[in-house]
Structure formats: structure tokens, C-alpha cells
Design a protein. Structure first.
Length: 547
């Protein structure tokens, strides 16, 4: 089997260096490709959440043996304190994919993977596919665009090679691979312009300051970091820098035990990419608000529209729509602009102030469908279409669109969170929890965060775990107290938990000055099963709502 290669940092001379690839594991109809982070069934990739995949890897590596809960928690969430329920959610998700008998529970102790493991023969997957998948992990293939105008420079981000602080050649592969993975994944975002790997890697160990580096690369934003080995631990740091204001917009540190370097590389790059996009967009929204009206270009209009969209009031939504119409005049059929315009229509629906809700849903679906047709590789467009389809009552098609969005851009936390929401309303609460936790874990600064926590509350309500439902509903409301539907949810959860006074108080906050009716409820709460919907409505009725 041909071995993948990786480029040296020299942008002119390329050499091929073999990179060892461990054998894949096969069990039943499945092939587990740990380095490519893929699970294959009958030749097709299976959608598995990031944390569930890590749990599976630990179980497979210890197949036939007891793996304690603590060992799984330490391996999958090193250095973090997490609820044991999180582990149970991921195990349940894996059982649905692999079969109920594949993971045995050892009461009070842990789990055991029961299937027989064998090394997967190369013939099971074509060599070309294997080589391509491995290279996609190790070598970022990005178009070499060096923006020439000031606005493009403002939008552009460059990822510098991570600094190997130990000066160990073996660690150089990892630090370079980490930066390459980040570049490769960032290019999938519809919002970012990314400097090519060949351009950014020419500035390895550069003595230039960040501002000068930004000018040299034509990029306002830099991602840079370091890797240091200390005993049996690898410490990685990363930060996002605005080179013009000289501010550090985001930074984080990751300590991981030295184990599977490729799996660690994939995990950390996923975390970094998921964290960068919302921080970057928040800064761009602010910068666009400072541009003089006569100087507004398409990107500024789009970012101003995003800024208004997240304020959700009718006045802000109408301003967002006005900016988006201007943006589409400058750049007709732009998928991100069409997608956001679709969401402004849905915002009228969720805000319960749409004059003709059915017409609003139809227009949102039309705009989202045009966005997908204009750019079928745009994950944000598929995410938008999935959300719009759910409001039209087409839940199966909506879930398929969200799965497509995640296939195109696995780091799209918003798509993972929305898929979790739709699975909750479909009654598939165990599966939903996996994707909701994936979104929260990957992007804790995302403006969707309150919605994801809200989905956890609804899942607990469906499962009649009312104390947990109240806890998550309060958390969602604390993060966005201006969203009336959080108070509506809290009212239902409190009433179901036996707190009648609290339920009435929350309902009053939710409906204050708002003409919220049964039609608005159905659009915002697309329960697939009538029993779940009626239980929720009963709790609201008991709290005092007269639909």
C-alpha cells in the first residue's frame, strides 16, 4: 500500500517522507479507521459524533476486556470533569449504530466490547481511497490566493506552523500536521478566506512581528501556537490574533497524554477550528458596524446583517433583511446571504410576529433551496435548508440536510446542535444528546449555545426527568433571557416538576405583551409524536396558558 507523504516547510523543494499508518480494525460489517477518524459499514462512512468515536476507539483497543468508566472518562475527556451521563449517552449512540449486544455493561464498573477484532485487509478499501483519506488529514490542499484588496485582507486568516518547543524532530511532524489539519478544516467554512499552507509555512520561525506577518500574508488574522512535551504529556497552546489591533481574540491550552498522536491531532484541530469561527465572526460583525455607510461592501453588509440578526427583535430583524437585500444587489445568488435571509424569515416565525406564518415558512424554504443549488458544497446552506424544512413539517428531509451539512463541514457546531434539536423533537433523545454535547463541547462561545441547552431541557422533559429539565431550562434562560421561548420552556418544565407558582411566573414573562397562539407553538415546537406535544401543551395549560 502506498504511504502518504508530507511536504517539508521549504516552499520550493518538496520531498516525500513516509508516515507510518497503523492497520485499521474490522469487526462484523464495520471497519474502524482511527487515523482517518472514520467508521465504515459496507463501504459507506457512518455518521458518528466526535466523542462517541473516541469512546469507540478506547473500547476497540481493549476489545474483550473490561474498560472501567473512569478509564473511559480519563481517556476521552482528559483533565476535564464531566457528568457520567455524558458517557452513557455516547455508549447508547454506539449501540444503535453497531448493535445492542456489541457493548456489554458490567454493572457498577464499566463496559466491554464483545465483537472479535481483526486487522482490516487492504483489499477492503481501495488503496487510492486509503491514501487520499490519510493525505487529507496530513496535507492541506488549499488554493493559493493572496488577497490584494484591503477588505479581502481584513477577511483573511493565516495559520502559521506551530512551534515545536522541544526541538525534537519527531514532534515536528505532529506540530506541522496540527497546523495543516487546521488549514484544511478552516477552508470548509463558508465564512473564511484562508491563506494556503505553502504561503503561511514560508514564515516558520519568522522574526517578524505579527502586524508585519499579517501584511506579508495579506491576512488580518493569525492562528499560531506551540507544542511542548513534558514527560508523558503533550501540551499544546493556540491563539487567534488580530494583527491590526494587536489583540489576542481567543486562546486555549490542551494537555493530553502521549498516546495515539494522529487521534490527538484530529481531536485538537477539531477543537481549535470549532472555537475560531464564532470568535472570528463576532469580531467581523463588530468591525463592519464601524464602517461608514458610503463605504459598505458586500462583506460589510453581510456582517452587519448578522449583527442585527442575533438581536432578534422585530426592528433588528427588519434591519438585517434590508442589509441582506443590499448585499444581494452587489453579489446576486450569494449562498451565505441567501441563507441568512432565510433565517430572518424564520426569526419572524419564532418571534411570533409573522403576519402570514405559512408564507414566511415557504419563503425561507425557497431561499434556502436556492442557496443550496447555488453552492451544493456550502454546509451553512444545507444547515439552513434543514432548519427551514423542519418548520414545514418535513422532519426526515430536514434531518438528512443536517447530516449532509456535517458531512461537508464536521466542525459546524451549529449544524450538530440543530441536528440534536430535530432529533429531540423526533423523540430520538439518546441520539440527540450526542450531537448536542458535541456542539456545546466544540464551540462554547457560539451564539447558538442557549438553543442547544434548551434542546437538552426538552429532551429531559420528554423523558420525564423534570428536575434535569428545569436545570437546563434555567441555564438556557440565563444565557438568553431576552428569548421569550426560553421562559415558555421553563414554565412547562417547572409546572411538570410540581412548581406551579414558578411555572405561572415564567409563563407571564414569556407572554408579556406577546400574541402567542397555538400556530406559533407548532412552528417553534415541531414534535413528531403527538403524545410528546400534548404533554408539553398540558404543562403550559396547567401553568395558565389559554391557547
Amino acid at each position: 500500500m502506498p504511504l502518504p507523504y508530507r511536504e517539508t516547510h521549504n516552499p520550493v523543494t518538496l520531498i516525500q517522507v513516509p508516515v507510518p499508518v497503523n492497520a485499521d480494525s474490522t469487526f462484523g460489517a464495520f471497519v474502524l479507521q482511527q487515523h482517518e477518524r472514520r467508521l465504515i459499514r459496507d463501504g459507506q462512512a457512518v455518521l458518528v459524533g466526535a466523542r462517541a468515536f473516541d469512546v469507540l476507539c478506547v473500547l476497540v483497543e481493549n476489545a474483550g476486556q473490561l474498560v472501567t468508566k473512569q478509564h473511559l472518562l480519563d481517556s476521552v475527556w482528559p483533565g476535564l470533569v464531566v457528568e457520567e451521563n455524558n458517557l452513557q449517552v455516547h455508549v447508547s449512540s454506539l449501540r444503535r449504530i453497531l448493535g445492542a449486544d456489541t457493548i456489554a455493561t458490567v454493572p457498577g464498573r464499566g463496559y466491554r466490547f464483545t465483537l472479535r477484532i481483526a486487522a482490516a485487509p487492504c483489499a477492503q478499501i481501495p488503496n487510492a481511497a486509503r491514501t487520499g483519506a490519510a493525505q487529507a488529514q496530513l496535507v492541506a490542499v488549499v488554493s493559493n490566493n493572496r488577497p490584494s484588496d484591503a477588505l479581502s485582507n481584513r477577511r483573511t486568516i493565516a495559520v502559521l506552523p506551530f512551534v515545536n518547543l522541544n526541538h525534537d524532530p519527531d514532534q515536528e511532524y505532529f506540530s506541522d500536521g496540527l497546523a495543516e489539519d487546521i488549514i484544511s478544516q478552516l477552508t470548509r467554512s463558508p465564512w473564511l478566506l484562508v491563506v494556503s499552507r505553502n504561503s503561511s509555512f514560508t514564515h516558520r520561525n519568522s522574526p517578524l512581528d505579527n502586524e508585519t506577518l499579517g501584511l506579508a500574508l495579506g491576512a488580518r488574522y493569525l492562528v499560531q501556537g506551540s507544542v511542548r512535551k513534558a514527560g508523558n504529556t503533550l501540551r499544546m497552546t493556540a491563539e487567534l490574533i488580530d494583527t491590526q489591533s494587536r489583540e489576542t481574540l481567543w486562546s486555549d491550552r490542551y494537555d493530553r497524554p502521549l498516546a495515539d498522536m494522529f487521534a490527538m491531532q484530529a481531536e485538537i484541530s477539531n477543537h481549535i477550528v470549532s472555537a475560531i469561527e464564532p470568535v472570528y465572526l463576532h469580531r467581523e460583525e463588530r468591525l463592519s458596524s464601524e464602517v461608514a455607510p458610503q463605504d459598505l461592501q458586500h462583506w460589510d453588509l453581510l456582517m452587519r446583517a448578522r449583527w442585527h440578526f442575533w438581536r432578534t427583535t422585530p426592528e433588528h430583524i427588519l434591519k438585517a433583511q434590508a442589509y441582506l437585500h443590499q448585499a444581494l444587489e452587489l453579489k446576486p445568488n450569494d449562498s451565505p446571504s441567501l441563507s441568512l435571509l432565510a433565517f430572518t424569515n424564520l426569526a419572524k416565525l419564532w418571534g411570533a410576529w409573522a403576519e402570514d406564518p405559512r408564507a414566511v415558512v415557504a419563503e425561507a424554504n425557497r431561499l434556502a433551496l436556492v442557496a443550496v443549488r447555488n453552492d451544493e458544497r456550502d454546509a451553512f446552506a444545507h444547515f439552513t435548508l434543514g432548519t427551514a424544512l423542519s418548520c414545514a413539517g418535513q422532519m426526515a428531509a430536514a434531518i438528512a440536510e443536517l447530516e449532509c451539512a456535517l458531512g461537508l463541514y464536521p466542525q459546524a457546531a451549529a449544524a450538530a446542535g440543530e441536528l440534536g434539536r430535530l432529533l429531540v423533537f423526533s423523540g430520538r433523545t439518546d441520539e440527540a444528546e450526542e450531537f448536542i454535547l458535541q456542539a456545546i463541547d466544540a464551540s462554547p462561545h457560539d451564539p447558538h449555545l442557549s438553543l442547544w441547552i434548551r434542546s437538552r431541557a426538552i429532551a429531559c422533559f420528554i423523558e420525564e426527568r423534570y428536575a434535569d429539565a428545569v436545570r437546563y431550562a434555567r441555564e438556557a434562560t440565563a444565557k438568553r433571557p431576552d428569548w421569550y421561548f426560553n421562559h415558555l420552556l421553563l414554565a412547562a418544565c417547572l409546572n411538570a416538576a410540581g412548581d406551579d407558582a414558578g411555572g405561572r411566573d415564567s409563563l407571564a414573562k414569556a407572554l408579556s405583551g406577546r400574541g402567542y397562539d397555538l400556530q406559533s407553538f407548532h412552528f417553534g415546537h415541531p414534535f413528531v409524536h403527538a403524545a410528546h406535544r400534548e404533554k408539553f401543551l398540558l404543562a403550559l395549560t396547567n401553568a395558565g396558558w389559554e391557547a
